[in-house]
Design a protein around this ligand. Structure first.
Ligand SMILES: Cc1cc2nc3c(=O)[nH]c(=O)nc-3n(C[C@H](O)[C@H](O)[C@H](O)COP(=O)(O)OP(=O)(O)OC[C@H]3O[C@@H](n4cnc5c(N)ncnc54)[C@H](O)[C@@H]3O)c2cc1C
Length: 352
């Protein structure tokens, strides 16, 4: 069921479509690894714009460099052996656009990005599933024992053995229609689209300043640039407003999270008459521990596949497979670290 007139038009097309194995815990590494294997296989059959241009996290302080070193050590213990830890000299030799204040960097060539809407539409096409567009779920059907047995829409009723809420930022309000409170908050996130910038090296990896989380990657002859600093929760929205302050925060070299801090060519771009941009906005759907909610809920017949924060493209395949396996009993609640009723430790530090 999709209430909008076309698939993948709310949050998914706003994503920059990036994927990485450089996580700070083993379970998310495994979840995303499964997605990336699937993306590679899919790319061999159909063009989803997949590129393994790597992720480069750059530290510009000694404290940041120390944290990067200990994260790489932990990642190696989880079997993630291909993350390279580069000292300042090596980082600047390999990536000459980096500034002289860089202290260290960690790089994984196998990380990268794809076109998220293309991925979604190809998955929809290849699934053979039937989609009902322009139809809004407005309630749930229950049997005499309270089990969910279908949905009510603005056009009628639909019966279903299991209903899965996968409504992105609107998952919270949809769950409330069934009397279920999901631990979700929504926060506005924006993407700056900068076309035709000869200064941006087209083969560059996703480049992230570790301390600020400001990041960019080559796209369409220019770049996409993003930043995910702490921001207040807002109600879930169908149309998410953009703000020019977001663009200036990344582009103006005087900003405390300017892209130019670790890649000085962004100063030239700021001064260039060629600079033009567009903004897109969507919402991250956060759980307290920043991990998705996957599988059956306390209400029989009702499951969820949501709450991916900034990782719903890279987590899509591993996450959906786990949700389906949990629904069919192939993944027990004890073996599912993403089960919706888990105890959650609030997690605030995760730069992207
Ligand atoms: C700026 C930005 C950058 C991002 N970058 C990345 C990235 O690089 N990599 C990454 O992995 N993730 C990224 N993300 C996160 C990613 O975009 C999301 O996690 C993902 O798109 C969520 O997909 P979804 O299908 O759950 O939600 P959505 O794409 O929002 O889809 C939910 C759908 O449910 C429909 N719906 C809602 N309510 C109803 C109803 N009552 N009835 C019927 N239909 C309904 C909506 O209309 C919508 O189409 C980014 C997000 C943002 C905002």
């Amino acid at each position: 069921m999709e209430k909008r007139p076309a698939l993948a038009t709310l949050t998914t097309p706003v994503a920059t479509g990036a994927f990485r194995l450089q996580f700070d815990n083993e379970e998310e590494v495994a979840l995303v690894r499964e997605s990336i294997d699937f993306f590679d296989d899919l790319q061999r059959r159909v063009d989803i714009g997949l590129r393994h241009q790597g992720y480069l996290f750059v530290a510009s302080t000694d404290e940041g460099a120390r944290m990067q070193r200990s994260l790489v050590e932990a990642q190696r213990q989880w079997g993630l052996a291909d993350v390279e830890l580069l000292d300042a000299g090596e980082a600047r030799r390999r990536f000459p656009y980096l500034a002289s204040n860089v202290v260290n960097a960690r790089y994984r060539q196998g990380d990268g990005w794809l076109e998220p809407r293309r991925l979604a539409l190809e998955l929809a096409r290849l699934s053979g599933a039937r989609f009902r567009m322009g139809e809004t779920v407005i309630g749930f059907e229950r049997d005499s024992e309270g089990c969910v047995v279908g949905v009510t829409t603005d056009r009628g009723k639909i019966q279903a053995g299991t209903v899965v809420i996968a409504a992105g930022p609107l998952s919270g309000p949809v769950a409330k229609l069934a009397g279920l409170n999901l631990p979700l908050t929504t926060v506005r996130r924006q993407k700056l689209i900068l076309p035709d910038l000869p200064q941006v090296p087209p083969e560059a990896p996703m480049t992230i300043e570790f301390e600020t989380g400001a990041h960019w990657r080559p796209a369409g002859g220019g770049a996409h640039a993003l930043w995910t600093a702490p921001a207040p929760a807002e109600p879930p929205l169908d149309d998410v407003p953009t703000s020019s302050a977001f663009a200036f925060g990344l582009l103006d070299p005087r900003s405390d999270h300017a892209l130019a801090r670790i890649a000085p060519f962004w100063q030239d771009i700021w001064m260039s008459s060629q600079l033009q941009w567009w903004l897109q906005a969507g919402q991250y759907t956060y759980t307290p521990d920043r991990r998705p909610l996957l599988g059956p809920t306390e209400i029989p017949g009702l499951a969820v596949n949501t709450g991916y924060s900034g990782h719903g493209i890279m987590g899509s395949i591993g996450g959906s497979r786990r949700a389906v396996d949990a629904i069919y009993g192939r993944l027990t609640a004890q073996d599912n670290p993403f089960r919706p009723d888990r105890a959650m430790q609030p997690r605030s530090f995760d730069v992207l």
